[in-house]
Design a protein around this ligand. Structure first.
Ligand SMILES: [Zn+2]
Length: 92
């Protein structure tokens, strides 16, 4: 019973830090002790391992999305000109 309670508390403690752990955010770093505690808990807890896995795949998706080439401003200008022409009836 005590063990289960401790496990639940550690899961909540871990869940609140997973994001910072994966981000390695310099503005809100985890202490080496926190990192060790988190990694030890995740290694032995299937639920938190799954949470880390989900966070990781979300991170990957986000970084792929952010890494996409920016839109060429010339293309935007040309498209804008075409739309203006169309809206003002200059194109058939
Ligand atoms: Zn856990």
């Amino acid at each position: 019973m005590i063990g289960m309670l401790r496990q639940m508390i550690t899961c909540r403690w871990t869940a609140r830090r997973i994001q910072r752990y994966l981000d390695a955010d310099p503005a809100a770093p985890l202490t080496p002790g926190e990192i060790t505690r988190l990694e030890e808990h995740v290694a032995g807890c299937a639920r938190c391992r799954e949470a880390v896995r989900q966070h990781r795949s979300m991170h990957r998706a986000l970084s792929l999305w952010q890494g996409r080439r920016p839109v060429d401003p010339d293309v935007v200008d040309r498209l804008g000109a075409v739309l203006t022409d169309l809206s003002e009836g200059r194109r058939p």
